[in-house]
Design a protein around this ligand. Structure first.
Ligand SMILES: Cc1ncc(COP(=O)(O)O)c(C=O)c1O
Length: 311
């Protein structure tokens, strides 16, 4: 296994041992992609473990479910408590949190409605998503030959498992070509996002990022960075971005719960700016990490401390 197992997984309200957290092979989600999920991080802070923007992640999870007409038995409060308990039960100081709501085993046709709606929450220790050096040195990426799904096909605002078939093609192509990640363009040929990250360009002192209408996931890290950058005095513009802007802008970085803020040092083997982490990326990284790790003031109330984990 490429990651560290923890001990218990929350399944439909009960804790089960990691090895026993299984589903039937005829579960609807396995055949038709009918599940929605989240990726969340809990950070080690001087006051004990704290989850970053948990309510916002759970709201997006329930929004994803609503888009797909999935009606789970757990509301935001119940899922909030379940996430906290799962972290506590596994005694982790710092972890990644993966809640998933899925259509289970009940019928085998495309119509999902006869299948039960089930849920699980797993937590595990997970380091830097794009490699240990990525956050400092930056990553080399390519513009993918694969496009994002068109508007009104698969809803990009929903974090649905099915969307990640597109992301998997992008990721495998990038890795096969020797890159860490791929940048996806949308059907209009404009910049969209990475296979699991949103993207920002620094252009003559301003920050540019694609709007939701560009078929992106409404990233919570993206929203945090927009907020922090504006507070730090940068102008942030959500606008359509042509591919060639990637080659001539001053800095580029990915944002995501897993990738956090990762600088991009080259695109299609063309170096970005000076080919190393730029000053705007660095300032934003420091601010983001400072808040998440509890060493800078959490003015927005983004941290929720794990009950029982206090120091
Ligand atoms: C396709 C895609 N875009 C963007 C993001 C970043 O979203 P967030 O910052 O909420 O993790 C993710 C990660 O979840 C993703 O999978």
């Amino acid at each position: 296994m490429a990651f560290a197992k923890s001990s218990k997984i929350w399944m439909n309200g009960e804790f089960v041992d990691w090895e026993n957290a299984t589903v039937h092979v005829l579960s609807h989600a396995l055949h038709y992609g009918s599940s929605v999920f989240e990726g969340i991080r809990s950070y080690r802070t001087p006051k004990g473990p704290a989850v970053f923007r948990l309510k916002d992640h759970l709201r997006r999870l329930l929004d994803s479910a609503k888009i797909y007409r999935i009606d789970p038995a757990w509301d935001e409060k119940a899922l909030f408590d379940a996430v906290m308990k799962t972290i506590r039960v596994n005694r982790l100081e710092e972890c990644y949190v993966r809640p998933l709501i899925y259509r289970g085993y009940g019928d085998v046709g495309v119509n999902p409605r006869p299948c039960p709606v089930e849920a699980m929450i797993a937590v595990w220790e997970w380091g830097a998503y794009l490699g240990p050096e990525a956050v400092e040195k930056g990553v080399d990426v390519q513009v993918s030959t694969w496009q994002r799904f068109a508007p009104n096909t698969l809803p990009a605002m929903a974090k649905c498992a099915a969307n990640y078939m597109n992301s998997q093609l992008v990721k495998m192509e990038a890795l096969d070509n020797g890159f860490a990640e791929g940048i996806i363009t949308n059907t209009g040929g404009r910049i969209c996002e990475g296979s699991g990250e949103n993207i920002f360009l620094v252009w003559r002192g301003r920050l540019l990022t694609p709007p939701l209408s560009a078929s992106i996931l409404p990233g919570i890290t993206r929203e945090s960075v927009i907020t922090l950058a504006r507070e730090m005095g940068y102008e942030v513009v959500e606008q359509e971005i042509p591919r060639e802007a990637l080659y001539v802008c001053d800095e580029i970085f990915f944002t995501g719960t897993a990738a956090e803020i990762t600088p991009i040092r080259s695109v299609d083997r063309i170096s970005v700016g000076g080919g190393s982490k730029g000053p705007v990326t660095k300032r934003l990284q420091e601010r983001y990490a400072g808040i998440a790790s509890g060493t800078m003031k959490d003015e927005h109330g983004w941290l929720d401390f794990v009950p029982g984990g206090e120091r």
